[in-house]
Ligand binder design. Sequence first.
Ligand code: IMP
Ligand code: MG
Length: 173
Amino acid sequence: MRLQLKVLISAEDIARRVQELGREITADYQGRSLMIIGILKGAVVFMSDLIRQISVPLEVDFMAISSYGEATETSGVVQLLKDLDRPIEGKHVLIVEDIIDTGLTLSYLYQLLQSRNPATLKTAVLLDKPERRRTDFTPDYVGFTIPDKFVIGYGLDYNHMHRELPYVGVLEN
Ligand code: IMP
Ligand code: MG
Protein backbone atom coordinates (compact mmCIF):
# COMPACT_ATOMS: atom_id res chain seq x y z
CA MET A 1 0.00 0.00 0.00
CA ARG A 2 1.48 3.32 -1.04
CA LEU A 3 0.82 6.35 1.08
CA GLN A 4 -1.00 9.18 -0.72
CA LEU A 5 0.21 12.37 0.92
CA LYS A 6 -0.35 16.06 0.35
CA VAL A 7 1.75 18.68 2.15
CA LEU A 8 -0.53 20.78 4.34
CA ILE A 9 2.11 22.77 6.25
CA SER A 10 5.67 22.93 4.97
CA ALA A 11 8.77 22.52 7.14
CA GLU A 12 9.60 26.21 6.47
CA ASP A 13 6.16 27.41 7.59
CA ILE A 14 6.38 25.25 10.72
CA ALA A 15 9.83 26.63 11.57
CA ARG A 16 8.65 30.22 11.16
CA ARG A 17 5.56 29.68 13.32
CA VAL A 18 7.47 27.79 16.02
CA GLN A 19 9.91 30.70 16.21
CA GLU A 20 6.97 33.12 16.68
CA LEU A 21 5.45 30.94 19.39
CA GLY A 22 8.82 30.76 21.14
CA ARG A 23 9.09 34.55 21.15
CA GLU A 24 5.54 34.89 22.47
CA ILE A 25 6.14 32.36 25.25
CA THR A 26 9.47 34.00 26.13
CA ALA A 27 7.72 37.37 26.49
CA ASP A 28 4.85 35.91 28.54
CA TYR A 29 7.15 34.14 31.01
CA GLN A 30 9.77 36.88 31.37
CA GLY A 31 11.37 36.75 34.82
CA ARG A 32 10.02 33.28 35.54
CA SER A 33 11.19 29.78 34.79
CA LEU A 34 9.14 27.21 32.99
CA MET A 35 8.32 23.54 33.36
CA ILE A 36 7.55 22.19 29.89
CA ILE A 37 5.60 18.96 29.81
CA GLY A 38 5.63 17.07 26.52
CA ILE A 39 2.94 14.53 25.80
CA LEU A 40 4.51 11.40 24.36
CA LYS A 41 4.91 10.53 21.68
CA GLY A 42 3.31 12.98 19.25
CA ALA A 43 4.64 16.16 20.85
CA VAL A 44 8.35 15.31 20.83
CA VAL A 45 9.23 16.90 17.49
CA PHE A 46 7.29 20.11 18.16
CA MET A 47 8.57 20.26 21.72
CA SER A 48 12.22 19.85 20.77
CA ASP A 49 11.98 22.66 18.22
CA LEU A 50 9.88 24.90 20.48
CA ILE A 51 12.15 24.77 23.56
CA ARG A 52 15.09 25.92 21.43
CA GLN A 53 13.09 29.07 20.56
CA ILE A 54 12.32 29.90 24.19
CA SER A 55 14.84 31.93 26.16
CA VAL A 56 13.67 31.75 29.74
CA PRO A 57 15.16 29.05 32.01
CA LEU A 58 13.19 25.85 31.62
CA GLU A 59 13.06 22.20 32.54
CA VAL A 60 11.31 19.43 30.67
CA ASP A 61 9.34 16.39 31.68
CA PHE A 62 7.11 13.95 29.84
CA MET A 63 3.80 12.20 30.25
CA ALA A 64 2.46 9.39 28.14
CA ILE A 65 -1.18 8.62 27.72
CA SER A 66 -3.15 6.39 25.46
CA SER A 67 -6.65 7.00 24.27
CA TYR A 68 -8.55 3.96 23.19
CA GLY A 69 -10.28 4.11 19.84
CA GLU A 70 -9.94 3.67 16.13
CA ALA A 71 -6.64 4.51 14.43
CA THR A 72 -7.83 7.94 13.38
CA GLU A 73 -10.36 8.65 16.10
CA THR A 74 -10.11 9.21 19.84
CA SER A 75 -12.63 7.51 22.11
CA GLY A 76 -12.33 9.91 25.01
CA VAL A 77 -11.18 7.11 27.31
CA VAL A 78 -7.74 8.18 28.45
CA GLN A 79 -5.22 6.01 30.28
CA LEU A 80 -2.09 7.35 31.95
CA LEU A 81 0.90 5.27 30.76
CA LYS A 82 3.71 7.39 32.19
CA ASP A 83 3.48 10.04 34.86
CA LEU A 84 5.83 12.96 35.48
CA ASP A 85 9.14 12.23 37.20
CA ARG A 86 8.88 15.22 39.52
CA PRO A 87 6.23 17.28 41.32
CA ILE A 88 4.94 20.46 39.64
CA GLU A 89 3.56 22.22 42.71
CA GLY A 90 4.30 25.95 42.60
CA LYS A 91 5.79 25.76 39.09
CA HIS A 92 4.84 27.55 35.90
CA VAL A 93 3.74 24.63 33.78
CA LEU A 94 3.21 24.56 30.03
CA ILE A 95 1.75 21.40 28.51
CA VAL A 96 2.97 20.86 24.95
CA GLU A 97 0.88 18.67 22.67
CA ASP A 98 0.92 17.94 18.94
CA ILE A 99 -2.76 18.46 18.17
CA ILE A 100 -6.09 19.19 19.78
CA ASP A 101 -9.03 17.49 18.11
CA THR A 102 -12.03 16.63 20.31
CA GLY A 103 -10.19 18.23 23.25
CA LEU A 104 -10.77 15.22 25.50
CA THR A 105 -7.07 14.43 25.91
CA LEU A 106 -6.02 17.95 26.84
CA SER A 107 -8.93 18.60 29.16
CA TYR A 108 -8.16 15.34 30.98
CA LEU A 109 -4.47 16.29 31.31
CA TYR A 110 -5.29 19.85 32.29
CA GLN A 111 -7.54 18.72 35.13
CA LEU A 112 -5.04 16.12 36.29
CA LEU A 113 -2.15 18.60 36.42
CA GLN A 114 -4.27 21.43 37.85
CA SER A 115 -5.05 19.19 40.82
CA ARG A 116 -1.32 19.15 41.66
CA ASN A 117 -1.32 22.91 42.33
CA PRO A 118 1.08 24.41 39.79
CA ALA A 119 1.60 28.20 40.07
CA THR A 120 0.20 28.54 36.54
CA LEU A 121 -0.90 26.03 33.92
CA LYS A 122 -1.12 26.71 30.20
CA THR A 123 -1.24 24.64 27.03
CA ALA A 124 0.51 24.90 23.67
CA VAL A 125 -0.46 22.87 20.61
CA LEU A 126 1.03 22.85 17.15
CA LEU A 127 -2.31 22.10 15.47
CA ASP A 128 -5.93 22.83 16.31
CA LYS A 129 -8.88 21.08 14.64
CA PRO A 130 -11.72 23.12 16.18
CA GLU A 131 -14.47 21.52 14.09
CA ARG A 132 -14.44 18.30 16.09
CA ARG A 133 -14.27 19.77 19.60
CA ARG A 134 -16.39 17.92 22.17
CA THR A 135 -15.27 20.04 25.14
CA ASP A 136 -14.99 23.81 25.54
CA PHE A 137 -11.21 23.55 25.91
CA THR A 138 -9.17 26.33 24.28
CA PRO A 139 -5.35 26.06 24.19
CA ASP A 140 -3.34 29.15 25.13
CA TYR A 141 -0.89 28.84 22.23
CA VAL A 142 -1.82 27.45 18.81
CA GLY A 143 0.54 27.00 15.88
CA PHE A 144 -1.98 26.45 13.10
CA THR A 145 -5.74 25.99 12.90
CA ILE A 146 -6.50 23.26 10.37
CA PRO A 147 -9.61 21.72 8.79
CA ASP A 148 -11.04 18.37 9.90
CA LYS A 149 -8.54 16.18 8.03
CA PHE A 150 -6.32 13.41 9.38
CA VAL A 151 -2.76 14.72 9.39
CA ILE A 152 0.60 13.03 9.87
CA GLY A 153 4.24 14.03 10.16
CA TYR A 154 6.21 16.38 12.44
CA GLY A 155 5.51 13.98 15.31
CA LEU A 156 2.00 12.91 14.32
CA ASP A 157 1.48 9.28 13.44
CA TYR A 158 -0.81 7.01 11.51
CA ASN A 159 -0.72 3.56 13.12
CA HIS A 160 2.55 4.50 14.87
CA MET A 161 4.33 5.46 11.64
CA HIS A 162 5.37 8.62 9.74
CA ARG A 163 6.25 10.75 12.76
CA GLU A 164 9.62 11.57 11.15
CA LEU A 165 8.23 13.55 8.22
CA PRO A 166 9.57 17.13 8.45
CA TYR A 167 6.24 18.61 7.31
CA VAL A 168 2.57 18.11 8.19
CA GLY A 169 0.82 16.12 5.50
CA VAL A 170 -2.76 15.06 4.82
CA LEU A 171 -3.53 11.44 4.12
CA GLU A 172 -5.56 11.01 0.97
CA ASN A 173 -7.20 7.69 0.22
P1 IMP B 1 -8.31 14.66 21.19
O1 IMP B 1 -8.37 14.02 22.54
O2 IMP B 1 -9.46 14.27 20.32
O3 IMP B 1 -8.16 16.17 21.25
O4 IMP B 1 -7.11 14.03 20.43
C1 IMP B 1 -5.83 14.35 20.60
C2 IMP B 1 -4.96 13.20 20.17
O5 IMP B 1 -5.52 12.47 19.07
C3 IMP B 1 -3.64 13.71 19.71
O6 IMP B 1 -2.71 13.71 20.75
C4 IMP B 1 -3.28 12.74 18.61
O7 IMP B 1 -2.57 11.65 19.15
C5 IMP B 1 -4.56 12.22 18.08
N1 IMP B 1 -4.96 12.88 16.83
C6 IMP B 1 -6.02 13.68 16.62
N2 IMP B 1 -6.09 14.10 15.36
C7 IMP B 1 -5.02 13.55 14.73
C8 IMP B 1 -4.54 13.63 13.38
O8 IMP B 1 -5.09 14.27 12.48
N3 IMP B 1 -3.40 12.93 13.13
C9 IMP B 1 -2.75 12.20 14.06
N4 IMP B 1 -3.16 12.11 15.33
C10 IMP B 1 -4.30 12.77 15.66
MG1 MG C 1 -1.13 12.08 20.74
